[in-house]
Design a protein. Structure first.
Length: 439
């Protein structure tokens, strides 16, 4: 029986464990993948994106056994509540919803409370595959002299739970999945805030963008790669330019559940003649249409010529946007070359380009810039496009807001920044009465 064809009686489970042990987290579990797919289709459209991001966060914790187990436990509990109990996307959870989640954790259903620790997954002897353990429960109670005690959640356990969820939301914000941190907001308004003021452990948005100089090194580096090894890096060059120019999230240019980007998403407006890139399904299931610059249109033409296509796509063209260099080894696209890159492949490719750009800067003696560049990731290219358009190219905030898909212009405004010198200079010649002297 193939790994992706396992049939398992999920109806017997009051709740499913969602995340594998650390040595299997990157590989995933086919049964859970099918479960998440069903949730994405029937209940929450962005469940697949949330789950993949949660797996990425867990993967980053794999070097610390205790940290990994704590994150896995709390994320399993929270996503169970979101997906199964309230059927709400984590991106839509508010501070008030967090109150409801806390109340749920303080008094969970009896069938979800276990009284001994068990492995979340086990090996099924019939299929020799790892399957969910039906004895696992997300809440663990205590026994005293063999008697089950009433379940209770201590203050320390609650603070740990919310701190981990705040970290999770910080990660989601960094990946541009959501624009707020309800777990942090809950802690700041909870009884714990009097003892300790929790503060968001996030960098200022302005620091999450490449400077003009750093961006120049990155672009120069990938252009050099595209010339030297076009069969590998013509794709990289257009990928970087597209993310930057249209402020795209990684999920906008990657194959995922229910979405695979194709060339016909580039469409020419019949009235203005300007081309745009349509995203039919983005964060939270939203769609948006982004006009593209002449420079990006030229880059698209160059990329399509390299692929042996006509200069511009037709409305019915189904060519994948970023075709694989080799066939996928597993998953729904196993064996296919003519398929888009997935989220993880896009992130990996962009990270290699950033590293190459940092090396480019380092070779030029820009050691501090190189060090800063190596701390940035794919989502920072989106931040860079927004930051540069507002502060360098002076695009109106409302235009950038629409193209970026921000719900509030307040979010877009956070990308505005000026130096102290600019602020002082703009003040010097400011009049008290602009109409003085006019009679």
């Amino acid at each position: 029986m193939k790994n992706d064809q396992i049939c398992y009686p999920l109806d017997e489970f009051p709740v499913l464990p969602l995340f594998e042990a650390k040595e299997f987290i990157e590989r995933g579990n086919p049964i859970i993948n099918q479960h998440i797919t069903a949730i994405s289709i029937d209940k929450i459209r962005d469940a697949g994106i949330v789950y993949e991001l949660a797996c990425d966060l867990l993967f980053s914790q794999r070097e610390n056994e205790n940290s990994y187990k704590s994150y896995r436990s709390e994320l399993s509990c929270f996503l169970h509540w979101c997906f199964d109990v309230v059927q709400l996307s984590p991106g839509e959870v508010s501070r008030r919803d967090m109150d409801k989640f806390v109340a749920y954790c303080q008094n969970p259903p009896n069938e979800l409370i276990g009284y001994f620790n068990v492995a979340q997954f086990k090996v099924d002897k019939a299929s020799d595959q790892r399957v969910p353990n039906p004895q696992w429960r997300p809440f663990v109670g205590k026994k005293l002299d063999g008697e089950e005690q009433q379940y209770s959640l201590s203050d320390n356990a609650l603070k740990t739970k919310m701190a981990i969820l705040s970290s999770f939301y910080g990660f989601l914000m960094a990946e541009d999945f959501c624009e707020h941190n309800p777990a942090q907001a809950w802690m700041n308004h909870s009884r714990f805030a009097q003892r300790r003021k929790y503060k968001a452990n996030e960098d200022d948005l302005n620091t999450l963008a490449f400077t003009e100089l750093q961006w120049s090194y990155l672009i120069s580096g990938v252009e050099e790669l595209a010339k030297k090894i076009p069969e590998l890096h013509q794709r990289s060059l257009f990928l970087i330019k597209l993310i930057y120019s249209c402020y795209l999230r990684v999920s906008d240019v990657s194959a995922r559940i229910g979405y695979s980007p194709i060339m016909s998403q580039f469409v020419q407006d019949k009235q203005t003649g300007i081309w745009r890139f349509n995203i039919p399904k983005s964060k939270g299931g939203k769609s948006r249409s982004i006009p593209i610059s002449n420079a990006l249109l030229d880059a698209l033409i160059d990329y399509r010529r390299f692929l042996g296509l006509s200069d511009l796509p037709k409305s019915d063209e189904q060519t994948p946007l970023f075709v694989r260099h080799k066939a996928a080894g597993r998953g729904r696209d196993a064996g296919f070359v003519n398929a888009n890159l997935g989220i993880r492949q896009v992130r990996d490719e962009v990270q290699k380009i950033i590293e190459h750009g940092a090396n480019f800067a380092e070779n030029a003696g820009m050691f501090e810039d190189a060090e800063s560049m190596r701390k940035l990731t794919a989502h920072n290219i989106r931040h860079t496009g927004i930051t540069h358009d507002i502060n360098i190219y002076r695009r109106p905030l409302s235009h950038v807001q629409a193209d970026a898909g921000h719900e509030s212009i307040d979010t877009t405004s956070q990308y505005l920044h000026t130096t102290q010198t600019e602020r002082h200079q703009s003040t010097v010649h400011k009049p008290i009465d602009s109409l003085a002297g006019i009679e």
